[in-house]
Design a binder for this molecule. Structure first.
Ligand code: AMP
Length: 481
């Protein structure tokens, strides 16, 4: 029976069933035969629990090979996989359940709503006695395969519905663009509930029959230990800054790594250059989002430019509208068709000709490489003039003693919004906000210079290393306004 995504996830492994699919350092090792068998048994177990094709299966668990097998089982059973961030509180989980109406929840704790529930262990145990072969439920390309709730949502959650066709196209495109083969060993230290860890990292490996070294989470000591036996590492920018602070991150441990990739948040040019200096490898930075999978990538062969996310991937179209920098709009077989049961968002989130509005601002350089300038909602309008936070952040980051910075607009009676910065000092440095303002003035027009600079011990970041500007605004907003 045709099931486009199940075929993609199983075919490569079936060429060499005894090949290592996944290894946990000092832990278990799974072959591709194990993945095939356990996912078939779990698909039977899902059916036995009453899961029907098209039903949502919500999953909130730690990272493990078993949860990857559960993902594949959902795909095989024709169910819609709904991974949830492990950091979500009971209230957030309840909101998602109310929105997605799953027919099964797999999580450690029983949910507050009356929905069938099991733990991953119970499901895996009950699956063990079931048949190791399963007739994959037929699906069309347009059928939903997963719903991912977008990170940093405020108000009612929005579930991005990813179809079989979206995920198949994305996996093929990325594996091809980044030269994945069955000889690759991917160092996997990203969460599995986010598109980066699941549909980018894990899919590149599974769909080409490669092996993965799986770490529970990003831990610099464990990453440095695993690097010598890996050929590819995918991370978020903070992973690389943390590695750079580790004395054992050297060209020697990195010498077998053919590709270091980064995405999910902007990488500082300084970090990019430092990784090259330390390892001799140039990071490949790419850009995408939950709703669209990956959109652009620096090339595997050819110039990888720090501060850019490369040209559009094959088959993906990216355009900029409304000036320079412009709003980034995209279309392609990787781009989702809409949010779960939110028809009213079609007209606000898509253009009349069907392109998705990413909410990012960017510009193309002379070689067609995209530079992401920030989120349009983070644009600061001060005294009627536009200030792009990234421009100010780049200036602040380059000042002596500044490790990193984030710029937001805060309400101001005179200017509408006041450019406001948070800076973090490098270890051992003391920062004087007035001196930073004076130095910034040498590089920026007066209206772009932050009216206030706050020195913080760290910037608020989410699980993917993105600076949470909404939280930062709350922290910086002086009381009484
Ligand atoms: P998410 O849906 O959680 O993956 O977040 C997607 C957003 O992350 C994008 O809309 C961008 O704002 C940001 N993003 C992803 N990759 C990059 C990158 N390489 N550089 C700058 N921003 C990025």
């Amino acid at each position: 029976m045709p099931n486009p995504l199940a075929s993609l996830l199983l075919d490569a492994g079936r060429q060499d069933p005894d090949k290592v699919f996944l290894r946990i350092p000092q832990g278990e090792t799974w072959t591709y035969a194990d993945l095939d068998r356990v996912s078939a048994q779990m698909a039977h177990a899902l059916l036995a629990l009453g899961v029907l094709p098209g039903d949502r299966v919500a999953v909130q668990t730690g990272k493990s090979p078993t949860v990857l097998a559960l993902h594949v089982a959902c795909v095989r059973a024709g169910a819609v996989y709904l991974p949830m961030n492990t950091a979500y509180t009971e209230r957030e989980v309840t909101d998602l359940i109310d929105d997605a109406q799953p027919s099964l929840i797999v999580s450690d704790e029983p949910p507050s709503r009356d929905v069938p529930h099991t733990t991953l262990d119970e499901l895996a145990r009950s699956a063990q006695s079931r048949s190791a072969s399963f007739d994959d439920v037929a699906r069309q390309g347009s059928d939903p395969a997963a719903i991912l709730y977008t990170s940093g949502t405020t108000g009612r959650p929005k579930g991005a519905v990813m179809s079989h066709a979206n995920l198949v196209f994305s996996a093929r495109t990325l594996a091809d663009a980044w030269g994945f083969t069955s000889a690759d060993v991917l160092l996997h230290s990203l969460p599995l509930f986010h598109t980066h860890g699941l549909f980018v990292a894990a899919y590149c490996s599974i769909t080409t029959g490669g092996s993965m070294v799986m770490l529970d989470s990003f831990h610099p000591d464990l990453v440095v230990d695993a690097l010598p036996s890996s050929t590819v590492m995918m991370g978020v920018p903070t992973h690389y800054t943390r590695l750079l602070a580790h004395p054992a991150f050297t060209s020697e441990v990195a010498k077998g790594v053919r590709l270091f990739a980064s995405g999910s948040a902007p990488m500082l040019v300084a970090t990019h250059e430092e990784v090259t200096r330390v390892t001799g490898s140039t990071i490949l930075e790419r850009y995408g989002m939950t709703e669209t999978c990956m959109l652009t990538s620096n090339p595997l062969n050819g110039a990888r430019k720090p501060g850019t996310v490369g040209p559009p991937l094959p088959g993906v179209q990216v355009r900029l509208v409304d000036g320079t920098p412009g709003s980034v709009e995209v279309t392609g077989p990787n781009v989702f068709e809409g949010y779960w049961r939110r028809p009213e968002l079609q007209s606000t989130e898509f253009t009349p000709d069907g392109w998705f509005k990413t909410g990012d601002l960017g510009r193309f350089d002379e070689d067609g490489y995209l530079e992401i300038v920030g989120r349009s909602k983070d644009l600061v309008i001060t005294g009627g003039l536009n200030v792009y936070p990234k421009e100010v952040e780049s200036v602040l980051d380059a000042l002596p003693g500044v490790l990193e910075s984030a710029v937001v607009g805060l309400p101001d009676p005179d200017f509408g919004e006041a450019v406001t910065a948070a800076v973090v000092a490098t270890s051992g440095s003391t920062l004087d906000p007035e001196e930073l303002r004076r130095l910034a003035r040498e590089h920026l027009a007066a209206f772009k210079v932050p009216k206030r600079i706050h020195v913080l011990p760290a910037l608020p970041r989410n699980a993917m290393g993105k600076v949470e500007k909404a939280r930062l605004r709350e922290t910086l907003q002086p009381s009484g306004r």
